[in-house]
Design a protein around this ligand. Structure first.
Ligand SMILES: C[S@@+](CC[C@H](N)C(=O)[O-])C[C@H]1O[C@@H](n2cnc3c(N)ncnc32)[C@H](O)[C@@H]1O
Length: 203
């Protein structure tokens, strides 16, 4: 598959190929995302502060499942604007949904259907490249985060000179940090691990 076909499927996975991509992402990302959640999200936020979580662009639902497994978390919500991903995510999280601790909704990051100051943490795993309006997105994220709530971006960090580097919206950790800082988040930090960047800031 060519890079531009991968980009199209990744941007809004739908249909037969989209569903395969969603299932594949769940399998491929599971252990790496668990490590990131344990090493950064829980370490920096602490179990006790994490009661409500939102995962934006949840795809097949793997990060929603991992977040909902955090000790003490009461509600984890996943949103995606692809109906097929919403269905896949609901299927992947059916136990959490049955217990009432997980919800999956069809929503666009530019118009989050949630009240102000609701989430302790918002995550965006491998989705920010596809957002059409980053300013609108961050304003929605800030609106729905609690005071001192954390927003985490986890994204591929390709080498300069590669096709993926041309494709990604933010070309360096400095650009990611500027994006969060200039849009009003505080205590912005980043870590680069192999080909992944993890960037976070507090409201
Ligand atoms: C490459 S997939 C990653 C899925 C999942 N986060 C993961 O890491 O396995 C990107 C996902 O972001 C979703 N997405 C892209 N733009 C979006 C937007 N504006 N609002 C909501 N979801 C979006 C796509 O539908 C797709 O499911």
């Amino acid at each position: 598959m060519k890079n531009n076909e991968m980009e199209t499927i990744g941007s809004r996975p739908t249909g037969f190929l989209g569903k395969i991509a969603g299932k594949l992402m769940n399998t491929i990302h599971s252990s790496a995302y668990k490590k990131i959640i344990d090493s950064y999200i829980i370490r920096h936020c602490g179990h006790s502060k994490l009661k409500t979580a939102l995962d934006i662009g949840c795809g097949g639902g793997v990060a929603v499942k991992l977040l909902s497994d955090i000790d003490g978390i009461k509600k984890t919500i996943g949103v995606d604007y692809s109906d097929d991903m919403v269905n896949l995510s609901r299927d992947f999280n059916k136990k959490g949904i049955a217990k009432g601790i997980v919800e999956i909704q069809n929503a666009d990051v530019s118009a989050l259907p949630f009240e102000d100051n609701y989430f302790d943490i918002i995550t965006a795993f491998d989705t920010i490249n596809f957002w059409p309006d980053h300013k609108k997105a961050i304003s929605e994220i800030k609106r729905t985060l609690k005071e001192n709530g954390a927003f985490f971006i986890i994204n591929a960090y390709p080498k300069e000179g590669t096709k993926w580097h041309e494709f990604v919206k933010f070309k360096s950790d400095i650009e990611y940090k500027d994006f969060l800082g200039t849009n009003g988040l505080k205590d912005v930090q980043s870590v680069i691990e192999k080909n992944t960047v993890i960037v976070w800031g507090l409201k």
